[in-house]
Design a protein around this ligand. Structure first.
Ligand code: GAP
Length: 511
């Protein structure tokens, strides 16, 4: 069986070969941790955005949208705490001269133990077959319990040291665990130092008159500073939310795992403003709602889990991650945070402007509390793409690579394929294409054998192939091929629209 690294490599090269994701500036040998989305990638990205926007904004009468500027007044980042506290703890290996995030080195060490636990489970599953109960095994097997105890203890220690800023002891922990540099193989480490993740730039014509600006590291602050503008112009009453999709930038030192951790990425964030003391009720609501959103795409409930934070950021009184089972294990896909009134209060202080709401039900003004849902668009893209990727044996001597994307998100919904280039089939195929392409993104292809064209559409992830043949010209029927089952059925052309619509109808996902 191929290991996860091989599968992940295949996914990355498939993404390139089929126009999903390219390395940025590839002709100049690429720029690390920056990626461009190709013709199919941009469609998939737009479909994910659309699904998020519909369910968060259009389906909630008390959530409205925003598109704020990437550049913001520099005091924004003083107020938000990013200038003082948005740091990563870095450590260098003196032999390889490679730089690492100290917490990531420890997390990688822990992941290896977690992989061992999974291997223990796989072995036991093999031995006990259908009688195997994973939950029971994990909670009773002494070896697994021992491994899990070790993971929990190290995690707790690391989190405590990170939140108290005790970097000397973080280095000691790395040494105690005998963590070695993957490149040099030694543990000749420097001290751990803090490194701010924000990109700085200058705006202005001359050196003297220029101002230091930062590229925003999260979209959320654009929402906070516009709280009053949005509330007044929309006459929203608490509880209400503001949603935004946009670019964010972080000078990640260890940018890796393809589009999982990048320096330029996109976030889909929503800040939900609530009455003080109501925040836990809404935190619970948004935790459940966001998990349902993920599950509705049909990528397997078992592939998601919550990871509640034990140590909290200075602004939060509760926080959880929704983790997804990526090819390299369960990792954060989305964060849900109860951010208290920290951000609005801090912006009030730094700007001198009131950021309050007069609640006439309780007849008083207050600074609202905030629940935030924050998902990385690129990570969601990677979750969808990696889950969809399958290599299948079709028959004794044929394999296919197929992207089993949720139909709603597939870049191309249907491919229209004349069986041959003769006898008016291309004309008929184009006529069919014209009748559906306004509602569904379609592709017309007449080159190569029909088998090759099916394989290409499988590799792109197109849910339907519509084949126009001789019979079409006689009785106005086509064959409709299903991507996943590869079954073909003969249907009347006038039924096509409703069949495709039924498969990708948002109501099926959202209502
Ligand atoms: N406003 C809250 C916030 O930004 P975060 O946990 O730092 O919280 C939210 O980021 C989400 O943004 C993450 O769950 C992840 O999906 C995505 N994200 C964060 N850093 C990223 C990076 N370097 N590359 C890609 N996605 C990233």
């Amino acid at each position: 069986m191929a290991n996860y690294e091989d599968i992940f490599k295949k996914i990355i090269s498939h993404a390139k070969e089929y126009g999903y994701v390219f390395q940025s500036s590839e002709i100049y040998d690429g720029l690390a941790a920056a990626y461009d989305y190709g013709p199919f990638g941009v469609e998939l990205k737009n479909n994910i955005k659309n699904y998020w926007w519909k369910s968060m904004v259009n389906m909630h009468e008390n959530i409205v949208g925003l598109d704020s500027a990437i550049f913001m007044h520099p005091n924004t980042w003083k107020a938000s705490g990013h200038i003082d506290a948005f740091n990563d703890p870095l450590i260098d290996n003196r032999d390889s001269k490679k730089r690492y995030r100290a917490d990531v080195l420890i997390e990688d060490y822990l992941s290896k133990i977690e992989v061992k636990i999974e291997k223990d489970c796989a072995k036991a599953q093999k031995r006990y077959g259908d009688n195997f109960n994973k939950t029971e095994f994990i909670s009773t097997n002494s070896r697994v319990l021992e491994r899990q105890k070790k993971v929990d203890e190290i995690k707790e220690k690391m989190n405590h040291l990170l939140s108290s800023g005790d970097f000397e002891k973080i280095k000691l922990l790395i040494n105690d665990l005998e963590i070695k540099c993957p490149v040099s193989g030694t543990n000749n480490w420097t001290d751990v130092r803090q490194f701010n993740l924000m990109f700085k730039t200058k705006v202005g014509a001359t050196e003297g008159s220029s101002t230091d600006l930062y590229l925003r590291p999260e979209t959320a602050q654009g929402i906070f500073v516009n709280f009053s503008n949005v509330q007044k112009t929309t006459r929203m009453k608490i509880p209400f939310g503001i949603a935004q999709i946009g670019k964010a930038f972080r000078n990640e030192i260890i940018a890796r795992q393809f589009i999982f951790r990048m320096r330029e990425f996109e976030q889909m964030e929503m800040q939900f403003f609530v009455r003080p003391s109501d925040e836990m009720k809404w935190y619970k609501y948004w935790k459940e709602f966001r998990m349902k959103w993920h599950e509705s795409l049909g990528m397997g409930k078992q592939n998601y889990r919550f990871h509640d934070h034990e140590t909290l950021a200075h602004y939060a009184n509760a926080a959880t991650d929704i983790q997804f089972n990526f090819p390299f294990g369960f990792k954060e896909l989305e964060g849900i945070h109860s951010r208290t009134d920290f951000d609005l209060k801090s912006h009030q202080k730094y700007s001198g402007k009131k950021l309050q709401f007069f609640d006439n039900e309780v007849n008083k003004s207050y600074v609202p509390y905030v629940i935030e849902t924050s998902i990385g668009l690129d990570r969601m893209f990677l979750a969808v793409l990696s889950h969809a990727f399958h290599e299948e044996q079709v028959n004794d001597n044929e394999k296919r690579v197929v992207l089993k994307l949720p139909s709603l998100l597939a870049p191309v919904k249907a491919a229209v394929l004349p069986l041959t280039k003769k006898d008016g089939m291309p004309q008929k195929a184009k006529e069919i294409m014209r009748s559906i392409k306004l509602d569904f993104n379609c592709q017309y292809e007449e080159k190569d054998s029909i088998g090759k064209r099916y394989r290409r559409q499988d590799a792109i992830g197109t849910p339907f192939c519509i084949t126009v043949d001789h019979q079409t010209l006689d009785d106005n029927t086509i064959t409709l091929r299903d991507r996943d089952s590869m079954k073909q059925e003969r249907i009347a052309v006038n039924k096509l629209h409703s069949i495709i619509y039924k498969k990708i109808n948002l109501a099926k996902y959202l209502l």
